[in-house]
Design a binder for this molecule. Structure first.
Ligand code: OTU
Length: 643
């Protein structure tokens, strides 16, 4: 292999000129370290143009660090010294829309105490940059990356919120939509005016020829509400690539100028105090004819380039991949490629775990979950998953035919079962969700619905069945117990901690009525939340359950993200078991019973986890019970065992 060209000398000298000896030298050291990654990634994508682009990006990195406020540079320094900061068990995340949680960014500042009460150390605020007016896909159609949605505040408010969070030991994650902009974004406006520089920011085709050829192999993301992946725009006189909605124009990453512009956007947001950038829809950023245009090797290379630039400029800032993709494509977003580890995103959504939680809950069977998770490659030791039960999107059933076959099921029939079960049409289902984007051509569909409603709490409350309310609570905590212990930063989706049910008020808002994902994006019910102090209320039981999960997690060193889970095979199909062990600590065993009734498993599972002197760390019921060599697990119960 040819050695890569060295970091240009002038960068190191201009760094010292701009930043002084100490900071300049620190920058040059980081840049020198990351330069080979940057240039390799870019030469791979842009060939001979790679060196030029790498040089431009390294300059962008220097501009970002030059503009970086001292308090954030200090945070960078701390995190360089302590690169495991986001992997520790005390990390627990909360995901909320600023407006729906607290009205405004100012309002969020006033609610930090509530988050602390819940044990939260990481706050992900849903899209908060200036969206287009009218329909905007919940903020995922951004008109200006440098302004905050005026409905929730200003950039100054964001800076103040980030500073408050940092002071109290929390970090802030913000969405950055990198695959597309709103057609009202300044870049698109200039493209519409005919500026060739900005026309080249998008993918615009004069006729249907190329679009038709691409569409032959593209997947429909929103077949119901936004069919097709191209939109004719009379303003630009052509067909614009629009993977999602017609008002979301895909950026053209074949154009190096787009990479530079997006790196600048990242730097400016990071310099406002954002710790984690959630990069939206990353699988889609590179298109290749004859493929589904998802998960292309170039998409990974570009993410690696962004990783390198940000590591040069803002070493304390993390990148999080939003890649909701089949299991075989997932771990690559954390840099684990077949031939080598190449630093990419630091965090990625554990979509497979999420899907398997719901699958096991409906089927009362953990075999598929065990098989699928066993096949998944572990996250690289310097990265972390984010583990979650629900999010603002639908649940897409990433159950492969291959995994389903290992337990003797058909992939399609199991996915159909899950849709029937969670939409409530399956006889005896406890769930009350709804189908999302049913595609009659393929028979596919996804599921909307809040965690509490999908767990049966909505139905049980409506029928006044207190035993079923209790079962619903047990289901909710059963799923979250795994999210809190399996490996990675657990994310609480706003409202789940007080079991908020589906919200149908979106039907009265014309821009939202066609998108039933809004049923699980309720406004925070602070009246319900206030009941967390009322003994034995639904809210109190659930909230206290979440508090215990966070508190216990924080005290178990083996729940460090670098300690990958090992799947165990207990002798009951309804029981999910995994072990973890951080090299510096004692082993951990998690047991979850997905059956409605008591089950027992051979206590040999303790030895398999490396535990000879079991201690109950946390459980849904009492202390670990072993009877005649068998561990007894109540229906929908779980236990965390330390050794
Ligand atoms: C994301 O989701 C967001 O989470 C959605 O809320 C947005 O609507 C969308 O992007 C467009 O900005 O297909 O069904 O693999 O699954 O990017 C949701 C990633 C989606 C995709 C994901 C996308």
């Amino acid at each position: 292999m040819e050695p890569v060209s060295p970091l240009p000398d002038h960068l190191a000298s201009s760094a010292v000129a701009k930043l002084g000896v100490e900071e300049g030298d620190a920058f040059a050291t980081r840049a020198g370290l990351r330069w080979p990654d940057l240039i390799t990634a870019l030469e791979n994508v842009y060939g001979r143009g790679g060196l030029d682009l790498a040089t431009r990006l390294a300059k962008v990195a220097l501009e970002i660090v030059t503009a970086r406020p001292p308090d954030l540079r200090r945070l960078d320094r701390q995190r360089e010294i302590d690169p495991e900061w986001f992997q520790r068990p005390e990390m627990v995340g909360y995901v909320a829309y600023a407006d729906r949680f607290a009205g405004t960014l100012q309002g969020v500042r006033d609610r930090i105490g509530y988050l602390e009460e819940l044990g939260i150390t990481y706050l992900h605020l849903m899209p908060l940059l200036m969206p287009r007016e009218g329909v905007n896909d919940g903020g995922y159609a951004v008109a200006d990356y440098d302004a905050v949605d005026p409905g929730i505040g200003t950039m100054e408010d964001l800076v103040a919120l980030a500073a408050d969070l940092h002071e109290r030991g929390l970090s802030l994650c913000v969405d950055l939509v990198i695959n597309h902009t709103a057609r009202e974004h300044g870049w698109a406006k200039r493209a519409i005016k005919g500026d060739p520089r900005y026309r080249a920011f998008y993918r615009i085709y004069p006729d249907r020829d190329e679009p038709d050829r691409y569409e032959a192999t593209l997947r429909e993301i929103f077949p119901d509400t936004a069919p097709g992946s191209f939109t004719f725009s009379p303003e630009v006189g052509g067909w614009v690539w629009t993977t999602f909605h017609d008002y979301q124009w895909d950026l053209n990453y074949e154009n190096p100028d787009v990479v530079v512009a997006m790196a600048e956007v990242m730097g400016r947001l990071a310099n406002r105090g954002v710790d984690v950038l959630r990069l939206d829809a990353v699988p889609f950023i590179w298109k290749r004819l004859g493929t589904d245009c998802e998960n292309q090797p170039e998409a990974h290379r570009i993410l690696q380039a962004f990783r390198a630039v940000m590591a040069m400029a803002t070493p304390g800032v993390l990148l999080k991949a939003e890649a909701i993709v089949p299991p075989d494509d997932l771990v690559q977003y954390l840099g684990a490629h077949d031939d080598a580890f190449r630093p990419e995103c630091d965090l990625a959504y554990h979509n497979l775990l999420m899907v398997m939680l719901w699958s096991s809950l409906a089927s009362r069977d953990a075999r598929l979950m065990r098989a699928a998770l066993t096949r998944l490659r572990p996250a690289p030791a310097s990265t972390s998953w984010v583990t979650y039960v629900r999010c603002h999107d639908d649940i897409g059933w990433a159950v492969t035919d291959e995994d389903a076959a290992t337990v003797g099921w058909g992939g399609f029939s199991h996915r159909s079962f899950l849709n029937d079960y969670y939409s409530g049409s399956f006889n005896g289902s406890f769930a009350r969700g709804a189908l999302f984007q049913r595609n009659p051509a393929t028979g596919d569909a996804r599921i909307s619905g809040s965690a509490a409603s999908l767990c049966g709490i909505e139905l049980a409350l409506r029928s006044g069945d207190s035993a079923q309310v209790e079962a619903g609570i047990r289901r909710l905590l059963l799923l979250y117990n795994i999210a809190y212990s399996y490996g990675g930063i657990p994310l609480v989706y706003m409202g789940d901690e007080v079991a908020l049910r589906n919200d149908f008020t979106y039907l009265e808002i014309p821009e939202r009525a066609a998108d039933n994902r809004w049923m699980h994006r309720p406004a925070m019910d602070w009246v319900a939340a206030a009941k967390r102090g009322d003994r034995q209320s639904l809210e109190q039981v659930v909230f206290a359950g979440f508090q215990r999960l966070a508190r216990t997690r924080a005290a178990v060193p083996s729940l460090h993200a670098a300690a990958a889970p090992t799947m165990l095979s207990p002798d009951d199909d309804a029981v999910f078991a995994f072990a973890r062990r951080h090299p510096t600590s004692r082993p951990f065993l998690g047991l979850s019973n997905f059956a409605d009734f008591e089950r027992t498993v051979d206590a040999g599972v303790l030895a398999a986890a490396g535990i000879d002197d079991p201690v109950t760390l946390l459980s849904s019921d009492g202390d670990l019970e072993i009877d005649n060599g068998r561990i007894v697990l109540p229906g929908l119960g779980f236990v965390w065992v330390g050794g």
